[in-house]
Design a protein around this ligand. Structure first.
Ligand code: HEM
Length: 216
């Protein structure tokens, strides 16, 4: 399911960003919140806080579904469904998180296990969301961008080659004043503006700029 009509609709409203990051913080924050409330309940010996913690877990499970759904649709729309390593890990971790959250809820409803097993399962949920965030960041800020189309990969490669050479050159006043530099600079500006118009382009630009910073 590619949901292209959703992205067309959002674009008509002027929203051309991925949808998934807007949701990703919900299960993440709720799982971390649940764990912190659990620790607080144990530390301050206020066991009624455990109810707050459990309610966060229920909300995290509810928000997992739209988050994973928009992760999937963004992956198809912005990453062309490229079967990359971070995506494989993210799908595995999302399924694992789903199992952990469901287990935590079943344990509470059926009164299975004590505080120790509850702490372990909540901690495992935290580990899963940290992993999801880490590999999400890996997609957004990659060292390389294998998911780019051939055309954009060519653009990225030329940026990779050009930017590291050109940026240090701009420091030399005589070069900065030369007509060919002015022309080259305006070409780079145009290329940057073109790239900045698409999400892939921005990813390519970010990858090239971080590479140029590493090199220079
Ligand atoms: C509860 C589950 C998930 C959580 C908490 C989560 C979390 C995140 C986070 C924190 C980011 C980084 C956002 C940013 O820096 O802008 C991200 C990016 C991403 N995730 Fe997930 N993710 C989840 C599930 C999934 C699934 C199931 C998929 C795909 C099948 C997926 C696909 C993506 C994609 C494509 C991006 C890059 C979005 C962009 O370009 O801005 N995620 N995720």
């Amino acid at each position: 399911m590619k949901m292209e009509y959703l992205y067309t609709f959002l674009q008509s409203l002027g929203y051309d960003h991925p949808v998934h990051p807007a949701f990703a913080h919900m299960p993440t924050g709720l799982v971390v919140g649940a764990f912190i409330f659990l620790i607080a309940a144990l530390f301050f010996k206020r066991l009624q806080i455990l109810t707050t913690s459990y309610h966060c877990i229920i909300l995290a499970l509810i928000f997992l579904f739209p988050t994973a759904f928009f992760g999937y649709t963004d992956w198809h729309h912005f990453y062309r469904g490229e079967w990359s390593f971070p995506i494989k890990v993210k799908i595995t971790l999302t399924s694992t998180l789903l199992i952990f959250l469901a287990t935590a809820i079943i344990m509470e409803v059926k009164k299975i296990g004590g505080l120790m097993s509850r702490s372990v399962i909540y901690f495992l949920c935290v580990v899963a969301v940290v992993g999801l965030g880490y590999f999400g960041g890996d997609l957004v800020f990659p060292d390389t961008s294998p998911a780019l189309s051939n055309e954009l990969q060519a653009g990225e490669n030329s940026m990779r080659l050009t930017v590291p050479v050109v940026i240090p050159m701009a420091e030399i006043p005589s070069i900065r004043r030369s007509p060919s530099w002015v022309l080259l600079n305006s070409r780079i500006q145009t290329l940057s503006q073109d790239s900045a118009e698409t999400h892939y382009g921005r990813t390519a630009l970010r990858a090239s700029c971080s590479l140029s910073l590493k090199i220079s």
